[in-house]
Design a protein around this ligand. Sequence first.
Ligand code: ATP
Ligand code: MG
Length: 567
Amino acid sequence: MRWSQYYLFTTREVPNDAEVVSHQLMIRAGMIKKLAAGIYTYLPFGWRSLAKLSAIVRRELDAAGALELQMPAIQPAELWQESGRWQRYGKELLRIKDRHDREFAFGPTHEEVITDLVRRDVKSYRQLPFNLYQIQTKFRDEIRPRFGLMRGREFIMKDAYSFDVDAAGLDKAYEAMRRAYCAIFDACRLDYSAVEADTGTIGGSASHEFMVMAGSGESAVVRCPSCGYAANVEKAETRREPAGEAHPPQELQEVATPGKKAVEEVARFLKIAPRRIVKTLIYETEKGLVAALIRGDREVNEVKLMNHLDVERLELASEEKVREATGAPVGFAGPIGLSGLRMVAEESIRHLTNWACGANKEDAHYTGVNPGRDVQLSEFADFLLVHGGDACPRCDGTLEVFRGIEVGHIFKLGDKYSKALGCTFTDEAGAELPMIMGCYGLGIGRTVAAAIEQNHDADGIIWPRPLAPFEVLLAGLNPDDAEVRRVTEGLYDQLREKGVEVFYDDRDERPGVKFKDADLIGLPVRLVVGAKSLKDGQVEVSLRRDRAKHLVAVGDAVAKVLELLHA
Ligand code: ATP
Ligand code: MG
């Protein structure tokens, strides 16, 4: 491809809202153009990269036995009402009306549509199992679209859905997809981890997220360097210290703590460690108020707490509600004498003795609290937010926390949708059973953005070859020089004959501009023809990654390019 005939306009200007490097570079390298918040045009240069990823995805999913189809983007509201998600999905669901005032949604995901399709076609165990996928544009009205393709509102996703007769079948389908995902991200040469993820309130079924490690990632991932345990922080667990604080019990005392609300303030004032204070957080849920007790030096993992309480809404109660429930302003809540609401204690305080807590009275705390004697705690749960430095739950290693970009998510759905929508089959014995489903998402644009987050330097993108829009950048430096032009054109033809994807900078630009642009667009191998070295019959071949220059004879240039490309 000749640059002079291509639609690629690089720019130095970075819009203010481009906070992360992949967003900045995709704009500067002419890959995407914003139309509206979270809505982008994929320009030819960017589209090639997405198309390459899509081809890898297709190759690996086809190899795993999945079948490609294409479902409508526009989905009737009735299906979402049947699954119960028309209400529950909230504002992320873009709702639209047709000319007859009938309600539709622009699909953010396709569980309803695929389940409806299959329930109408499939009746017998003999027709199962299968796995269907599509690569398609989704719309989610994200509250904070940002980071370019990483969190768009309109974005391209590969979504797959497996249907099996039982849990054992689902296990097999899930494992095949887990492997296919590894093959895809390996093929893209990404540094990633498959981490255990939260499965929500749906049930005990498994879920993994594929995380590309990057400082700009929105997810926190916990990893144990010793045994390889890896989990999303929402799901991560830690090994608890065994029982055993054998301090003699102190006397329960109410002490005045004027104006001391925050744990650190109270700890300093009482001259005790924050870990000896028990925080009481009052939450509001759709099932009423809940008091959550946790050690003062730790934070609540709200996802775990929601799962434990089996609620869909959890938020810290308003000042007014706290006052109603505890009789005191925010900052002085405690379990002693608290009644009329569910009280759940974090495991971190199970064995804690002689602690301090709020006294449900303005400007007062208790010290010397001992459960059993002073307060009855009957409900314990794990809702601890794991930190780096906590103990690994699987071995005696220590956990580390990383930032990651969630590029894929696989999930054992079980019968959630098949039950809600009546997607059943008859088994060998003639019984009618719901199909057992799995769903498997992979963000196409987000993965390309993640690849750039992991592969760039101060000058631009450093494409991993499998995702590069083109493989080789060929530049002729002195286009007025007839010999330079002749040799460059010749190399262009030879490379194309060899099947190399070559992008030929034949523009009438200064060498400095061409080098800067070459760095910015970051094609893996660069072949430069300049008048000076050509006098000695040589051209320059280099890798974008290390920029080490190899001067080779014109006749050896193509071989050198191929060698570097496949190195
Ligand atoms: P997130 O927690 O980042 O919002 P999600 O859990 O909503 O993701 P899924 O519903 O599992 O995402 O979607 C599957 C995949 O689609 C994700 O792993 C991600 O790669 C991609 N994806 C989801 N939301 C977006 C978005 N707003 N922009 C780009 N890609 C997205
Ligand atoms: Mg989301």
